[in-house]
Design a protein around this ligand. Structure first.
Ligand code: NAD
Ligand code: DAU
Length: 356
């Protein structure tokens, strides 16, 4: 048995692949285009592991996906691949349309043809047990008011950024392939992740690396936008659980009930660094906080109601925000080489040396 993971050199996908291969003997075919967000240094522990088959390529390349499916005969495809950064989608939306919409469509077409070719002679045959799991985001639901209840799976779709609109489109395609063709799909919509190997342009890793470098900590607008944070390993355990026991055609929200205003996150990171790596002048890292121009169309509040996943599949996060953020800060303090290679661009070289 084998699974095919797309985007498995990115932040969440790589954490998922590392966790999967630490817990299971089942091989992983990892298809990743290696955009700026793909980092093979994250996967270095798997370099000599025969159960990790890395393929550099695009989910929009249907011929490539066709051949990978035919060759490896996976029992499931998990789609992590995406353009994922909201700020980049505002500056340059085209790649988001190409990968998140066109790419997901082409991947679905390849998977549909493969699934149709599988044996279909009992309730436990390959066709009945196959799964396509699509990894999505809470951002498709739009923005909440201060006292609105958290997003449930039936909340209307109201995406506000090119990123979230492209993810919403991909979710709709996945849904349509289930309703129209019967493809056995599962969709997860998760809140903000944080943890090891997070590309340092997103809020939490950016604040850690900028603080340590003595640079400003840029807080957009008034810093009172609320995000709902989940430790990445908990997201990975939720995906494993949904793959194992989720009902096809169903959507599962994933979150840890950890709503925080951005400024509180930044101050928490500063306090941890004050404790673990005090500044040379003994003043707090909070002196580096700089309020800057707000993100255009910035969603004010996200909050995920993950009670369906807990109630129906018995999933719960292992980390509190306090334990997860401490682990994360400690991880960045202990992995300065990984960070330095991302900042210098040297991680791009590992693509050439490992897989050319
Ligand atoms: P990321 O940007 O860190 O990684 C994305 C990966 O996909 C990279 O390795 C990149 O090289 C690869 N990729 C991009 N385009 C590709 C293509 N056309 N073909 C093949 N590979 C391609 O993203 P992430 O934060 O790890 O997010 C993974 C998934 O989870 C995304 O679908 C994202 O929308 C979703 N998600 C992310 C979060 C979060 O907080 N980061 C929360 C909820 C959902
Ligand atoms: O909610 C899930 C989403 O979380 C995922 O779908 C996205 O892929 C992921 O990138 C993330 O999107 P956000 O836009 O919420 O993440 P980001 O880390 O970019 O920003 C988090 C919050 O912090 C947001 O309100 C913007 C703010 N921010 C961000 C940066 C980079 C700042 O105030 N300053 C910054 O420098």
């Amino acid at each position: 048995m084998t699974i095919l993971v797309t985007g498995g050199a990115g932040f969440i996908g790589a954490n998922f692949v590392l966790d999967w291969l630490a817990q299971s003997d089942e091989p992983v075919v990892n298809l990743d285009k290696l955009t700026y967000a793909g980092n093979l240094e994250t996967l270095a522990p798997l370099q000599n592991n025969p159960r990790h088959i890395f393929v550099q390529g695009d989910i929009a390349d249907k011929a490539l996906v066709d051949s990978l499916l035919a060759q490896h005969q996976p029992r499931a495809v998990l789609n992590f691949a995406a353009e994922s950064h909201v700020d980049r989608s505002i500056r340059s939306p085209e790649d988001f349309i190409q990968t998140n919409i066109v790419g997901t469509f082409r991947l679905l077409e390849a998977v549909r043809a493969y699934w149709n070719s599988l044996p279909n002679d009992s309730e436990q045959d390959d066709k009945s047990t196959f799964r396509f799991l699509h990894v999505s985001t809470d951002e498709v639901y739009g923005s909440l008011g201060a006292t609105d209840p958290a997003f449930t799976e039936t909340h209307r779709y109201e995406p506000n950024s090119p990123y979230s609109a492209s993810k919403a489109a991909s979710d709709h395609l996945v849904r349509a392939y289930h309703h129209t063709y019967g493809l056995p799909v599962l969709t997860t919509n998760c809140s903000n992740n944080y943890g090891p190997y997070h590309f340092p342009e997103k809020l939490i890793p950016l604040m850690i690396v900028n603080a340590l470098a003595g640079k400003p900590l840029p807080v957009y607008g008034d810093g009172m936008q609320v995000r709902d944070w989940l430790y990445v390993k908990d997201h990975c355990s939720a995906i494993r659980r949904v793959l194992q026991a989720g009902q096809t055609g169903e959507v599962y929200n994933v979150g840890g009930w950890n709503e925080k205003p951005n400024i509180d996150i930044v101050k928490t990171i500063c306090a941890l660094l004050d404790e673990l790596r005090p500044r040379a002048d003994a003043t707090s890292y909070t002196t580096q906080i700089a309020y800057v121009k707000d993100r255009p169309g910035h969603d004010r509040r996200y909050a995920i109601d993950a009670s369906k996943l807990e109630r129906e599949l018995g999933w719960k996060p292992a980390e509190t925000f306090e334990s997860g953020i401490r682990k994360t800060v400690l991880w960045y303090l202990g992995n300065d080489e990984w960070v330095a290679h991302v900042q210098s661009g040297a991680y791009r070289e590992s693509v050439k040396t490992q897989y050319s």
